[in-house]
Design a protein around this ligand. Structure first.
Ligand code: AMP
Length: 295
C-alpha cells in the first residue's frame, strides 16, 4: 500500500487513474481501525478498481469539550490492517494542510443535522460534510463507502452529494458488531472492563424495541419506552437520546408503520456511544445482535 500525504499529489494520482479509465473507491476514516472499517474497504473493493482509505482526525467535527486531544491513534497498526485488507492507497494528510491559515469555508446540510446527534453536537455535522467534501475533491472517487453505524452521517452525506450534484455513488455498509452485540467503535477503547460490559445496554435496548415491534407494537412512545427502560436499568449508562425517525429524511416519527430508524446515543461513564437499527414491522427476524440485518 502506498501512502500519500500531499494533497496535490493525491489529486494528480486521481487524475491519472481516472484518465486510465479506472474506478476509484474511497473509505474515509479517523483511524484506530477495527473490523467495521475494514468491512468498508471490502465493500469499496467490490465497487472499484482501486481503493483509497483516508485517515484524518478532523478537528472541525469535534466540539470544544469533546475528545479531539485524546482520540486513539496507532498509525503503524492501521497501515498494516489496511495493507492486509487490500487497500491500494492511504491518504494521510495533516491538519495544517487540510485547514491552512485563512480557511473559512464550510458545507452545511441543514434540516437533517439538527436532530438526533446534531442536538447535542451542533457543529459536528458541518465539520463532517466539510471534510468529506474536501476529501471528495482531493481523492476524486467514483464511489465512497460509509458505515450505517453512523446512520445520520451516512444519510447527511448522501443528501450533500445529491444537493450539490456531486457525481459520486454513496454506499452505506452494515454495522459490524462484536460477538456479544456491541457495535465496533474506535471509542470502545476508552471503556474500562465494567464499562465495556455496561455498553451492551445499547444493543440490548435496540433488541428490546425490536421485540416490541415484532409483537405488533406500533406506538412510538411505547417502543422508545422499551429502549429507555434497558438504558435506565444500567447504572453506568446515561441516555443522551433515543429517537424514532424516517430513515431517509431523519424527520421524527411517532409510530412504526414501516421501516423506521431507531437511533440512540448513550454515555457510558464519560464515553458517548451511538447505535441504531431499522425497525421493520414486516421483517421476520430480529436484526440484533450479529449485525447481519441491522442498520
Ligand atoms: P470513524 O473512523 O469513526 O470516523 O469511522 C469511519 C467510517 O467507518 C464511518 O463511515 C463509520 O460509519 C464506519 N464505521 C465505524 N464503525 C463501524 C462499524 N462498527 N460498522 C460499520 N461501519 C463502521
Amino acid at each position: 500500500m502506498e501512502v500519500i500525504t500531499d494533497i496535490r499529489q493525491m489529486q494528480q494520482w486521481a487524475d491519472t487513474t481516472r484518465a486510465r479509465g479506472q474506478r476509484i473507491g474511497l473509505v474515509p476514516t479517523m483511524g484506530y481501525l477495527h473490523a467495521g472499517h475494514l468491512s468498508l474497504v471490502a465493500v469499496a473493493r467490490q465497487h472499484s478498481d482501486v481503493t483509497v482509505a483516508s485517515i484524518f482526525i478532523n478537528p472541525l467535527q469535534f466540539g470544544a469539550n469533546e475528545d479531539l486531544g485524546r482520540y486513539p491513534r496507532d498509525i503503524e497498526r492501521d497501515r498494516r490492517l489496511l495493507t492486509e485488507a487490500g487497500t491500494a492507497f492511504l491518504f494521510l494528510p495533516d491538519a495544517a494542510a487540510m485547514y491552512p491559515e485563512g480557511f473559512q469555508t464550510t458545507v452545511k446540510v441543514e434540516r437533517m443535522t439538527r436532530g438526533l446527534c446534531g442536538a447535542s453536537r451542533p457543529t459536528h455535522f458541518s465539520g463532517v460534510t466539510t471534510v468529506v467534501a474536501k476529501l471528495f475533491h482531493i481523492v476524486k472517487p467514483h464511489v465512497a463507502v460509509f458505515g450505517r453505524k453512523d446512520f445520520q452521517q451516512f444519510v447527511t452525506i448522501r443528501r450533500m452529494v445529491s444537493d450539490l450534484s456531486m457525481d459520486i455513488e454513496i454506499i452505506g455498509a452494515p454495522i459490524v458488531r462484536e460477538a456479544d452485540g456491541l457495535a465496533m467503535s474506535s471509542r470502545n477503547a476508552y471503556l474500562s472492563g465494567a464499562e465495556r460490559q455496561a455498553a451492551l445496554c445499547l444493543s440490548k435496548a435496540l433488541a428490546a424495541a425490536d421485540t416490541q415491534v415484532q409483537r405488533g407494537e406500533v406506538d412510538g412512545l411505547r417502543v422508545v419506552a422499551a429502549t429507555r427502560r434497558v438504558i435506565a436499568d444500567e447504572p453506568l449508562a446515561r441516555l443522551d437520546y433515543a429517537t424514532l425517525a424516517d430513515p431517509d429524511t431523519l424527520e421524527e416519527v411517532s409510530a412504526v408503520h414501516g421501516p423506521t430508524l431507531l437511533a440512540l446515543a448513550v454515555y457510558i461513564g464519560k464515553t458517548r456511544l451511538i447505535d441504531n437499527c431499522i425497525l421493520d414491522p414486516f421483517a421476520k427476524r430480529c436484526p440484533l445482535p450479529d449485525g447481519r440485518g441491522s442498520g
